[in-house]
Write a protein that binds this ligand. Structure first.
Ligand code: FES
Length: 87
């Protein structure tokens, strides 16, 4: 499990092993637009301000993934204990 920090409010959202970032965000009242929910379409790409994502999508290319400045919240995970999202 890992945590999300919501940059605009400072709120911390915990993401359990068996849930997605998207589910954890929705459970806490943050709604990110989604479409495929499988890492293909890019609709859920959210700016990443801190931490390292474990990218699971196939939408971003390798260079974009290495930049660590956005993340597909429908399917990606975290390599660091906390990710800071620009929400
Ligand atoms: Fe399609 Fe996340 S909703 S990539």
């Amino acid at each position: 499990s890992f945590e999300l920090e919501i940059a605009s409010t400072g709120q911390i959202v915990s993401v359990a092993k068996d849930e997605s970032m998207l589910e954890a965000l929705e459970d806490n009242g943050f709604f990110v637009p989604v479409s495929c929910e499988e890492g293909v379409c890019g609709t859920c790409i959210t700016p990443l301000l801190g931490g390292e994502a474990d990218h699971k999508d196939v939408f971003l290319n390798d260079k974009e993934k290495a930049q660590m400045d956005r993340v597909a919240v429908c399917c990606s995970r975290a390599k660091t204990p906390r990710l800071i999202l620009d929400l």
